[in-house]
Design a protein around this ligand. Sequence first.
Ligand code: UD1
Ligand code: CA
Length: 468
Amino acid sequence: MPSKRLSVLVLAAGKGTRMRSRTIKLLHPVAGRPMVAWVLDAAKTLGPSRTITVVGYQADRVRAALANSGSTFVLQKEQRGTGHAVLRAARAIGSKPGTLLILNGDLPTLRGTTLRKLVNSHRRRRVALTVLTAELPDATGYGRILRDRAGNVQRIVEHRDASTEQRRVGEINTGVYVADAGKLLRVLRKLKPHNDQGEYYITDAVHQLIAERESIAAVRHSDAAEVLGVNTRQELALASHMLFERHAERLQDSGVTLLDASRTWIDPRTTVGRDTVIYPGVIVEGECKIGANCVIRSGCRIADTKIGAGTEIKDYSIVLGSRIARNATIGPFAHLRPGSILEDGAKVGNFVELKKTRLGRGSKANHLTYLGDATIAEDCNIGAGTITCNYDGTNKFPTVLAKGVFIGSNTQLVAPVKIGEGAYVAAGSTVTRNVPKGALAIGRSKQMNIEGWVARKSKKLKNRKRKS
Ligand code: UD1
Ligand code: CA
């Protein structure tokens, strides 16, 4: 297997000034994940023997964001250029270097298949270095590929160092290279920072290698949008759009209806079952699992949640970190906070908030309700305006309802409290003590009717007016 001796090096130490951010460019999220995480994912599909990431600016944050990526890290304390960054990794690359795939960290839309083709082409041609290029109508800002008459790559010149004539070249360096690591490191050590920025450029390795009679190849990629780095906030938005679009197409191909894919953002880590219909304006974040035959209406935000088949989430509901079973109904305007569990056929209606609450099979909370830290068994009915008073200002307490409980409207359940099986709580009750199985709890002041009160009141008023 040729992939055995492949090392991957990701350059992720630069600040990225054109973002105008306090946060390093590479941690800005693209389709819900740090930009650089996508690059490592694409590289991973090649099954490299190791992955090294060069970190520098905000190194700790970058390391933390990539903690599960399988990469090791090398610190480039001062960011003295992309060539300097590669050299910092020389020790990590080791004495038996083999083939090295080098990637700028700002290429979130890069596909694994593109990298595989590049590595294969590099190996076939037996060159010292292969650079991935693209043709742009406006190449402003990018390094340009300069070729001789025969079409052989001569050097790469950065935009800021290029002459007017060189700037007319539309072929750009994408910042993806495959190299014979030993040869590349050897010439990088000889480089001088003779350029506008006074930095050590990896791109200068090209003419240095040629000077040493090594050969260089350039592979022009036809889909320029895929290989353009993100440098600005505009490009950040475009990259997200592209990744959402790709995932939407995958979902559509697998049998999901997206009524308007361009206005629906589904995190690429989310799976959706067949015949589920998703309306415009839905945002699905993180690693969600949405089952088959679900309907998700406009304006919903769903994050880190599992949803069983046949569930409907009506308009403008927010469902976070929850587990929804089959055939449940949620919303409109419901808010399920982390730790909410809906069992099969459970119903949560409008203006209902749940937090760390389990709603049993077939149980309903249809209107204007807060249920926090509650465990509700099957077939319960929670009336409008029910509130679990789960917090005393210091601690949180549980509310437990056994099966078949009926809670009348406008009830406060002061936790900790338990309601026994089949019990009823009268509307307007404040329940402070446990209710036994089969009982009716009434916790409200008794109603009093004062006969003739209105007439007496208006008579009094008239008398007062006459006197004044
Ligand atoms: C680089 C290329 C340019 C190419 C462009 C493609 C060089 C000299 N130029 O320019 O030819 O067209 O990418 O997007 O390589 N980095 C470090 N350490 C440093 C400097 C940068 O790790 O000291 C990292 C950055 O975090 C980034 C990558 O290298 O991931 C590229 O850096 P960036 O500043 O974006 O390079 P460009 O100027 O865009
Ligand atoms: Ca760049």
